[in-house]
Design a protein around this ligand. Structure first.
Ligand SMILES: [Fe+2]
Ligand SMILES: [Fe+2]
Length: 370
């Protein structure tokens, strides 16, 4: 009888093989993620690992008689290229047992993520510096990266919503001001959901992935709910460590794109608007009439991506900068008095500029911002 671990490895190998050979689908895998790369479809959809005819829009814009468009609740503030390039992987050293435990929990989660996405030993970075080292002897495949992105982004949107919701309820219950935390936390979860939506344009999960997501969300939401009631400070530290991993992941992707190790994503011909054109034309000729054109446009608009900067590398730069913001914000919130301190990221200061969390990997100390 085949062990679960061996089975996972075999299916991960199948995924990787299909990505290289260009088969259409890995339909028998328990990791049924529909990550086959269809050679024929690639000519039409450079930026996809799922054939266009099989894609459907998970969040189609509803066409109604009166509504033209619905704007996002939190428009993205955008970044300069210098700000995005200044982001680096980093690690805040845990202080005390509870922070150490939060960090170890994140490390265990990454171990399982590596296992499930079939990352071999040669694909792993230096174990002595797992959060900052980005060089491995072998790159991941685009298929492996997409599995990782979709799963990570689907769980990354949970903590901000739990924190924001509990602080909202606490404010109502205790009849006290929140001091600006709720908005930032909800915006974080909204931002993570936009990341997920973006990657859903490139890879449609199958039933196994969807089942895993339901299970993971059920466990993660409830665990965070209880943990946030017990110690919101440690939950923010935990999220800070989670975001360290996200910055690490996207930095490594950028490095592999730059090195030409992810040929489809390094293709200079690819630009985000091309996706919109290709998807809409292709989708019009398929039985599925849900055209994601509006949604794709909205994604481009969401980050205010300038003309000439809409490649896969640009997209990852924007997403990595978002993760760096989450990292800096949560490490900072983990340093503050949870009940009394205002949120420095939505405050005006007497004697300093508003802090820039993307550039402060380990967060601001309380004495710097309160
Ligand atoms: Fe994200
Ligand atoms: Fe994040």
């Amino acid at each position: 009888m085949i062990s679960a671990k061996a089975s996972t490895r075999i299916h991960a190998a199948q995924l990787a093989k299909s990505a290289v050979l260009g088969s259409t689908r890995v339909s028998h895998s328990p990791l049924v993620l529909r990550i086959g790369i269809c050679g024929a479809c690639q000519s039409q959809r450079l930026f996809s690992t799922t054939p266009a005819a099989q894609l459907r829009d998970f969040f189609p814009a509803k066409d109604t008689q009166h509504i033209l468009t619905t704007k996002p609740a939190w428009p993205h503030k955008g970044y300069t290229m210098d700000e995005m390039l200044a982001v680096v992987p980093a690690h805040r050293k845990p202080v005390g047992f509870s922070e150490w435990a939060a960090w170890k929990l994140v490390r265990v989660a990454r171990f399982w993520m590596d296992l499930v996405t079939g990352i071999g030993k040669e694909q792993q970075v230096d174990k002595a510096n797992p959060t900052t080292a980005v060089v491995a002897s072998k790159p991941l495949t685009e298929a492996q990266w997409l599995v990782r992105f979709v799963f990570l982004e689907s769980v990354a949107g949970v903590p901000g919503m739990v924190g924001g919701m509990l602080r909202h309820l606490s404010s109502l219950r205790r009849m006290k001001r929140d001091n600006g935390w709720i908005e930032t936390l909800l915006e974080e979860s909204f931002n993570e959901r936009m990341h997920l939506l973006t990657f859903m344009k490139m890879c449609e999960p199958g039933w196994f992935m969807k089942t895993m997501l339901i299970g993971a969300q059920g466990v993660f939401f409830n665990a965070l709910f209880v943990a946030y009631l017990l110690s919101p400070r440690i939950v923010h530290r935990f999220v800070g460590y989670l975001e360290e991993e996200a910055v690490h992941t996207y930095t490594r992707v950028l490095r592999e794109i730059d090195a030409g190790q992810l040929p489809r994503w390094s293709d200079p011909k690819f630009t985000v608007p091309d996706i919109a054109i290709q998807v809409s034309e292709t989708m019009l000729n398929t039985p599925i009439r849900k055209i994601p054109r509006l949604t794709v446009r909205r994604l481009v608009q969401y980050w205010n991506m300038p003309e000439g900067h809409r490649t896969m590398k640009d997209l990852i730069l924007y997403i990595r900068a978002d993760e760096a913001v989450h990292r800096g914000v949560n490490h900072t919130l983990g340093n503050l008095n949870q009940n009394e301190d205002p949120n420095p990221f939505v405050s005006e200061f007497k004697d300093r500029e508003v802090p820039k969390p993307a550039l402060r990997a380990t967060g601001y100390e309380r004495s710097e911002v309160i």
